[in-house]
Design a protein around this ligand. Structure first.
Ligand SMILES: NC(=O)c1ccc[n+]([C@@H]2O[C@H](COP(=O)([O-])OP(=O)(O)OC[C@H]3O[C@@H](n4cnc5c(N)ncnc54)[C@H](OP(=O)(O)O)[C@@H]3O)[C@@H](O)[C@H]2O)c1
Length: 250
């Protein structure tokens, strides 16, 4: 039997990169899948890529009202939700001089406050065998260029794996995190092809196994955490990062 048969899964930021690939893997394992994103074009493209059975919702992860609306629409569409992957994020990385209170608030709203209130809005819909997966980052664990704000937002998100696992354990909800290292996605495309190539080269040299990760390698970890195979895995952070920070680099 497929590993996610009969389960309903919501992935925020499911139109590109890790979220899109995870949607593909969840569908292949038999789940009903819903995805979010801000761009209607992106949602349409993802739907034609993934198939018409996928539910798509335009929703900005930083907007609390949007999270409540999203939860309301899912409650009308599904009898329950079994898997929530909080994946949408701002990747803003700036030197400290360039951070303003407004930019910092926007970062925290997307990466921490929005996911927290989405979980709150969905509480009455979670089944008693639910898995929440929080997508963190290596930047929460290792300092690197311009990572202060972003790393702090991801550290905060990953801390929810412990706090919310405690609070929600009696409702049958497990909360775990995945911490990806550098993964080939669209995230760096905004910087242009030259900067993207230079950053890829820099990251490749920092990873002990000397390559970047692929979105499917994170998605497969998400399938495990989403499935009942991981029923005894609670409040953990799974690192999918080629050994960054754990193994010496030659
Ligand atoms: N790629 C890496 O190397 C790497 C490393 C560590 C951690 N991560 C984490 O992995 C996750 C996915 O990153 P990725 O590399 O796959 O990024 P990506 O390819 O740029 O995809 C980001 C997805 O999130 C959506 N999104 C962005 N901001 C959103 C918002 N405010 N509300 C709703 N949706 C939003 C995007 O669609 P719209 O733009 O249409 O909204 C898109 O679907 C993020 O949490 C990121 O921090 C990535």
């Amino acid at each position: 039997m497929a590993r996610l048969e009969g389960k309903h899964a919501l992935i925020t930021g499911g139109t590109s990169g890790i979220g899109l690939e995870t949607a593909r893997q969840f569908l292949a394992e038999g789940a009903e899948v819903a995805i979010t994103g801000r761009s209607l074009d992106g949602l349409d493209r993802a739907k034609s890529d993934l198939g018409s059975g996928v539910l798509t919702f335009r929703s900005d992860a930083s907007d609390i009202d949007d999270q409540e609306r999203l939860a309301g629409e899912l409650k009308r569409a599904w009898p329950a939700i079994d898997i929530l992957m909080c994946n949408a994020a701002s990747a803003a990385q700036l030197p400290i001089e360039d951070w303003t209170p407004e930019r910092f608030d926007a970062l925290i709203a997307t990466n921490l406050k929005g996911p927290f209130f989405l979980i709150k809005s969905l509480l009455s819909l979670f089944s008693r065998r639910s898995s929440i997966i929080l997508i963190g980052s290596i930047s929460a664990m290792i300092g690197h260029r311009h990572s202060g704000g972003y790393g702090a937002s991801k550290a905060g998100l990953l801390a929810l794996a412990c706090g919310l696992s405690y609070e929600l354990k009696d409702r049958g909800i497990r909360v775990n995190g995945i911490s990806p290292g550098p993964i080939v996605t669209n995230a760096l495309k905004a910087f242009g092809p030259e900067v993207e190539a230079a950053l890829h080269e820099e990251f490749r040299n920092q990873v002990p196994i000397k390559r970047l990760g692929q979105a499917v390698e994170v998605a497969k970890a998400a399938v495990y955490l989403a499935s009942d195979e991981s029923a005894f895995t609670v409040a953990q952070v799974m690192r999918v990062d080629g050994g960054l920070g754990k193994v010496a680099v030659d």
